[in-house]
Design a protein around this ligand. Structure first.
Ligand code: ATP
Ligand code: CA
Ligand code: CA
Length: 433
């Protein structure tokens, strides 16, 4: 919520793409979910289905506003993944409705990917490179098995892999994944940590213009920050991180980071900021300029309305009815999703609360996870390794092979995981040396 995005309405350059993405997701997800559940087969991991949408509609697909092609990858695997992550199918569809507009965070990274938040901020659509897409398909079974064995994983939760293409347009691949940050709490500071120091500095003077910027390793160290977890949480956190990183190393993945959003409970939510950011996520689009509908769209549906809608949708899914495109509403939740409560690291109001040495609760809630984990070593890193390697010591550059990348990542994150008390003690010891 604290990420200021641009509302994607009809005047937005990516409106058609966003509309097509949502229409395709809604169609394919309700199509798969309408069927009786079954066990996965080998073929499910490589499955892909192509659909053509047009203005008139045909026997398979309903009519859509624009002509486009949509590809759905491994729908049954993702259905099972969504179920492991305890997403409610009706809820998922409600969030990714095409009537309520996404907000775009145009390419925050260097990669050129685009990020779209669902209207209620629960989900992120990230456009990915063809190579990343191919890679995810290749590792899907390993990822799936890992998730089954580690439902409390810190890795990005993938809920869908799709492709859209408009006539004469290029192919756009994208994933749907969890937004680590909560819709209902301000994130006061965000860090993207890799365990490297080279190039891992956000210019402090730019913070003035961009107080919500994502900071990096050196900014973290400069502030002498820690992930303040007492013995119990620290053990669980590091053990899970190690398991997750083992998988990434095995799959020769690198360049991932630990995304950390810090909510300071003493500061709480600053209402001003809250209102301002909420505006960014106000629905626009179709009827926004039409005063009658605009009002209707701007109104946040009540809990009862949302619950009723969800019930209707569940009924339709059960009766294997196609879900009409505009049959949903969506709202900014004022509390965390139910499902997340069952996951260890997302259990304290959607995050993982700091603890003291006696395991008593601390002053912050951390919202964290390992993100950007689809970069295979062979893609770009070999060249980068070569060039950077000439100039700096290997222990400091980010482009080192996956084994060492993972080891360094774990070492760094474990090293900064300590309670306030422990950090204090170390500081005094260092001063007395
Ligand atoms: P690059 O390859 O240049 O690092 P990228 O386009 O692959 O960039 P990511 O590293 O995946 O992008 O993400 C960029 C930023 O987007 C993150 O630093 C974070 O601020 C935000 N972001 C990414 N994934 C999530 C997520 N799951 N939840 C919340 N924020 C996210
Ligand atoms: Ca990244
Ligand atoms: Ca990337």
């Amino acid at each position: 919520r604290v990420v200021v995005g641009t509302k994607v309405d009809q005047n937005h350059v990516n409106w058609v793409t966003a509309y097509n993405m949502l229409t395709g997701i809604r169609f394919t997800v309700s199509r798969t979910n309408a069927k009786m559940d079954r066990d996965l087969t080998d073929a499910d991991f490589t499955a892909k289905h192509k659909f053509s949408f047009d203005i008139t509609g045909n026997e398979l697909t309903p009519s859509a506003k624009y002509d486009f092609k949509f590809k759905d990858y491994a729908p049954w695997v993702f259905r099972h993944l969504r179920s492991t992550f305890q997403l409610d199918p009706a809820d998922y569809l409600m969030s990714l409705t095409s009537k309520y507009i996404l907000s775009e965070l145009g390419s925050p990274g260097k990669s050129g990917s685009f990020f779209y938040f669902s209207r209620d901020y629960k989900y992120i659509i990230k456009t990915i490179h063809h190579a990343e897409h191919k890679f995810l398909r290749k590792i899907l079974r390993d990822y799936y098995n890992h998730i089954q064995e580690n439902p409390n994983t810190l890795l990005s939760q993938f809920y869908g892999l799709h492709r859209v293409k408009i006539p004469y347009g290029r192919k756009i691949h994208f994933v749907v994944m969890n937004n680590l940050f909560p819709p209902h709490r301000d994130i006061h500071r965000t860090f993207d940590l890799k365990g490297s120091t080279i190039g891992r500095d956000f210019k402090e003077e730019e913070l003035e213009h961009n107080p919500r910027a994502t900071l990096k390793d050196l900014n973290w160290l400069r502030r002498n920050l820690h992930l303040e977890f007492g013995p119990t949480k620290k053990k669980a956190f590091i053990e899970q991180m190690e398991k997750d990183v083992k998988l990434l190393q095995k799959l020769k993945i690198m360049d991932y980071s630990l995304l950390v959003g810090i909510h300071d409970l003493e500061r709480g939510n600053e209402e001003n900021l809250r209102d301002k950011t909420l505006q960014v996520f106000q629905p626009g689009g179709e009827s926004a300029d039409d005063p009658v509908h605009a009002n209707m769209l701007m109104r946040t549906p009540s809990k009862l309305e949302t619950a009723r809608k969800a019930k209707e949708l569940r009924q339709m899914i059960k009766n294997q009815k196609p879900i009409p495109m505009d049959q949903t509403t969506s709202k900014m939740p004022d509390e965390m999703q139910e499902g997340r409560k069952n996951f260890y690291f997302y259990n304290d109001d959607g995050g993982f609360r700091a603890t003291h040495e006696d395991d008593g609760v601390g002053e912050e809630i951390y919202y964290l996870g390992i993100i950007d984990c689809l970069t295979h070593y062979s893609f770009i890193k070999r060249a980068e390794h070569f060039f950077k390697g000439l100039a700096s010591q290997e222990s400091q550059i980010s482009a080192i092979p996956p084994e060492r990348y993972g080891d360094r990542f774990v070492r760094f994150i474990s090293g900064v995981t300590k309670t306030r008390e422990a950090a204090e003690r170390e500081k005094i010891e260092a001063e007395n040396m």
